[in-house]
Structures are given as C-alpha cells and as structure tokens.
Write a protein that binds this ligand. Sequence first.
Ligand code: BDR
Ligand code: CA
Length: 314
Amino acid sequence: KNLVIFDTDPGIDDAMALLFLKAQPSIKLAAVTTVFGNAEIDVTTRNALYLTQRFRIDVPVYAGASRPLTIARRSAPAFIHGEDGLGDAHVVDGFIAEPAGGHAADRMVEIVRANPGKVTILAVAPLTNLALALQRDPGIATLVKDVVIMGGAFGWGGRRGNATPAAEANVHNDPHAADMVFTAAWPVTAIGLDVTSHCVASHADAAELAESGEAGRFLWDISRGYEALYQRRNQVDGCCLHDVAAAAYLVAPELFTLRSGPVRVVTEGIAIGQTIQKPDGHSFGPNAWDGHPSKLVAAEADCAGVVESYKAAI
Ligand code: BDR
Ligand code: CA
C-alpha cells in the first residue's frame, strides 16, 4: 500500500479529496496534518477531526502551522470556503474534538524516519508544515518517496493565479515555504491550478453523487456556495476539484502529462507567490534556477478522467 501523509486545510475541496482518498484500496493514510489556509488553524483542524470521525477514517489528526514562515498571515477569504471552512452549511456546528498530540511537522519527520522510502506526502494547502519539517530534519528529503502538491500555476491555458493574477492561493499563502519545498532535494510533483481548474465536477455530477450515499449528500450540502462561486467566477457549470486532482495523481498518474525542470517561487513584489519552472534542456544566462534539482509539474491532464475517478470513489 502507498503510505500517505495528507497535509490539508479543510476546506471544501480538501473534504472532497479526503473522501476520495478514503475510498482508495491502494492507499493507507498514515496521518492527516493540518495547516492554516482556507480558514484559521483551529478551524481547519476541527474540520479534519470532524471529517475523519463522521466518515470513520481511522487516522490520527495532527495540528500544524497557524501562520506563514516569513510574511504576515492574510485573513482567510470567507467567501470561498465559508466562515467555518465547510461552506457554512452548519454541519460542524457545536462539534469539538482534540487533535492527537505533537506538532504536525514533528510527526511528519517521525513518520518519514520510521518508514524510509515509503511515505508520500500529499500537500493540498500552504506548504508551511513541509518547510518546518525540512528545517527540523533536512535528512528527511532523501527518505520521502514523493511529495505531491496541489499548488502553484504554471500557465496551461494562460492561467496563473486565483489569489492574485500572478499567484495560486496555497503558494501565495506562504511563498517562502513553497520555495523551500520546491528547491529541496526530495522529489516533487506539482499539480497546479492551471490544470486543476479544468477538472470540474458539474452540477449534474454533484446532484448524482448526492443521491448515491452519505458522502455525496454531505459534499452536496457543503458545496452549494462553492459551486455558485465557480459558476460566477470561472463560468463553469460546477466546481473545480483542485485538491482531488492532486489526490487522483497518486492512484492514476497516467492521467497527467508531466514536465521536468527546477521550480522557483517569487517571494516579494507584485508577483509574490508566482511559481515558475525552467524546463529542462532550455539554456538561459545565469539565473535563480541554476543548481536547483528538477521537479515534475503537470503540463496538462485528462480532466474528464479525474472527474470520473472522483465520481467512482464518492
Ligand atoms: C487551493 O486553495 C484552496 O482554497 C483550495 O483548498 C486548494 O487547495 C486552490 O488554489
Ligand atoms: Ca486545500
């Protein structure tokens, strides 16, 4: 089985991704680690606990970073995931639970050390916990099997951002952490916003899943405002499966076309949070990508295939 640490900020599409992962027989979740992002850390942690308990997912939840490494925390945009991070559908009202002990970054290090070469970190949120884990123990970079990220935007269809015209939200929330993660010695596969924005579960898909069982009904309830937002903002008839697309890469990598080359993140100025890959084989003058290891970036994907695998799982 593929041993996976799921680093997340639930978050509506994070909830979709967790329920997608739950259904995969080839995946064993070693931990759910939480971070600020779609809401503050207490909220994302509570939501992760709620989701694991309600859907009987047997995995410890560890709380992580409450703020970015270097820049100031920007307030979470409640119009996307709701004040409660799960669409303000009142599903978490009154729910209280305590995460398991220890900081997410420390637990990440321990799990990787205990399972050398076996752990995939699936990160669908600001990359702060991963950067903290690297700071605490740089040696884990050579022990991790893969780091799969929903984050960044690399330009497929011209798309570069959602937080700003230049930057995707997960990277924009902590650009310094993202640059550290992208330049570390571990393998990274990034599924960016430019690709995930094409992976749209339609209104009819969501309605069909709502009739198919508890998970589908729950996801329908929490995603009404989220879907309306995408209909308005992206002019699509449904909502984007950002975090699900990265999770789908773990079980169906053949759905993605990857491009290799080092990736850097802009850490100041108007393009802060922009992710830029230098494709292998292209020569330039001396530049900030020199000497950094190549990473894999999704250049395009079979998004209908991603939506199909999501529908099959929920
Ligand atoms: C990413 O940002 C969050 O709002 C979503 O959960 C996803 O991880 C998309 O940019
Ligand atoms: Ca997320």
